[in-house]
Design a protein around this ligand. Structure first.
Ligand code: HEC
Ligand code: HEC
Length: 132
């Protein structure tokens, strides 16, 4: 009887320990605010895509991302407070759509990562490209 009780105590302790580990270390990355790019994107891939926006539009990251409230030198990338970010999402959807409809040769490739037509194709270093 006593032995059985010990096993139960041990088992419930293990569950607590495992739950604790799961809470501290999510199996999936940190929570992101992504509505266009795939949720399982790596940090490196996300960063390289964002770098292409800076170059294509001739801007810095703060064109679309607001500073942190308490750390003015850092940007709050997950925040949607800068309206230009949502404009960026519209442009991303449009660009993905163009590539998906016209240049999706290998169906194993994810449409979000196609880059035949890119931001630079139209922007050429300008945030607001002339319309003609
Ligand atoms: C033209 C606008 C634009 C520029 C410039 C830009 N970003 Fe972004 N960024 C976005 C948009 C839009 C999203 C959200 C994408 C989505 O919803 O899938 C995003 C998302 C991110 C995220 C993910 C945030 C989260 O939810 O966890 C990071 C990190 C990020 N950007 C970093 C950068 C960095 C670093 C730079 C500069 C090198 C940069 N961005 C430049 C528009 C921009
Ligand atoms: C097919 C051409 C084309 C492509 C591709 C394109 N853009 Fe644009 N983009 C434009 C044009 C044209 C404007 C100016 C629209 C206007 O003045 O109303 C613009 C405007 C913008 C603006 C300013 C929005 C505003 O308030 O007017 C942002 C931000 C932007 N683009 C980001 C991007 C990003 C990021 C990409 C790549 C994911 C991209 N664009 C791809 C043509 C394009």
């Amino acid at each position: 009887m006593l032995h059985k009780k010990k096993i139960i105590v041990f088992a419930s302790l293990s569950v607590f320990v495992l739950l604790g580990i799961a809470a501290v270390k999510p199996p999936f990355q940190k929570e992101r605010n992504l509505k266009v790019l795939p949720k399982d994107i790596s940090d490196a891939k996300l960063d390289s895509i964002m770098q292409t926006y800076n170059i294509a539009l001739g801007v810095k990251c703060n064109f679309c991302h607001v500073p942190m409230k308490n750390m003015k030198d850092s940007l709050n990338y997950a925040s949607d407070a800068e309206p230009m970010k949502e404009e960026g999402r519209k442009m991303m959807r449009m660009t993905i759509d163009i590539n998906k409809k016209n240049f999706h040769y290998n169906k194993a490739d994810r449409p979000e990562y196609l880059h035949v037509v890119t931001c630079k194709t139209c922007h050429r270093g300008e945030p607001f490209p002339p319309e003609d």
